[in-house]
Design a protein around this ligand. Structure first.
Ligand code: COA
Length: 254
């Protein structure tokens, strides 16, 4: 059975985790299919953006599939976490822009999955949290590393050591999500991003991600390297020409 419902919206896709009965929890099959989907869009420049969400209204993703997990040996758990880490990292490193629409609860691995995305829009009634310590474990798919990079060490420790769940408004005020909104808001964000020059958008994503934790001079040279990717593009010339002709640009990703 397919683990995702994939809907094409012109230059972007919507991926809906199709596991409402288990609150879209991360099973082995789901992570394997996520990997395949990420590889596909990373190789295909036609898909510029993905809106990732969960089926139903209750959950974006309830974290690890705890029923499946109960039958795993510690060795199997470690192997599964490794595949999750690699898949999440591939998503983060992709030229494609990922927007998480957190339509409902995002706990544990569900919040970790959203943290790999470039932007997070959260539904008014949704909640987020890295709740792992309540289960005797710690976040194992990047949460202890990505959360402090996003919101700072103090807030990350508050959230991870307490395992508390935060409501949408607090998630936005902490910087955990960028805004409260609906699926339409997330789709419209994707549409806006897709109006821009694709190579420039990817270069800007990588410049921010790669430079954010470097010393400023090193970070500025990361920006320079990413800028260089746009210099020889037809789209840069199209941007200039469209400006001169007072018309909207038509970008081709070349
Ligand atoms: N793994 C596997 N199954 C899960 C699950 C998970 N992480 N989270 C929920 N489910 C299952 C429940 O066991 C239940 O199955 P059942 O109908 O066979 O009993 C079904 O999904 C519905 O769960 P329920 O709790 O009744 O739904 P809800 O809408 O009231 O609440 C959540 C949804 C996500 C808030 C709640 O299920 C929850 O807190 N889940 C645990 C999340 C968690 O601790 N994740 C961290 C993992 S590290």
């Amino acid at each position: 059975m397919a683990e995702f419902i994939i809907t094409a919206h012109g230059p972007f896709e919507q991926w809906t985790i199709d596991g409402e009965v288990r609150r879209n929890a991360l099973s082995r099959a789901m992570v394997a299919e996520l990997k395949t989907n990420v590889e596909r869009v990373s190789a295909d420049r036609e898909v510029r953006c993905v809106v990732l969400t969960g089926a139903g209204h209750k959950a974006f993703c309830a974290g690890a599939d705890l029923k499946e997990r109960a039958g795993m040996t510690p060795h199997e758990v470690a192997g599964f976490l490794e595949s999750m880490r690699k898949t999440f990292r591939a998503l983060e490193l992709s030229d494609c822009v990922f927007i998480a629409f957190i339509n409902g609860a995002a706990f544990g691995g569900g919040t970790e999955l959203s943290l790999c995305c470039d932007l997070r829009v959260i539904a008014a009634e949704a909640e987020m949290g890295l709740t792992e310590v309540k289960l005797g474990i710690i976040p194992g798919a990047g949460g202890t590393q990505r959360l402090p990079r996003l919101v700072g060490k103090g807030t990350a420790k508050d959230l991870i050591l307490t395992g508390r769940r935060v409501a949408a408004a607090e998630a936005v005020s902490l910087g955990l999500a960028s805004k409260v909104g609906t699926l339409d808001d997330a789709l419209s964000l994707a549409r806006t991003i897709c109006e821009n020059a694709p190579i420039a958008v990817s270069a800007a994503k990588h410049a921010i991600d790669e430079g954010a934790h470097l010393e400023l001079d090193e970070a500025l040279s990361v920006e320079q390297q990413q800028y260089a990717k746009t210099l020889g593009t037809e789209d840069r010339l199209e941007g200039l020409q469209a400006f001169a002709e007072k018309r909207p640009p038509v970008y081709r990703g070349r």
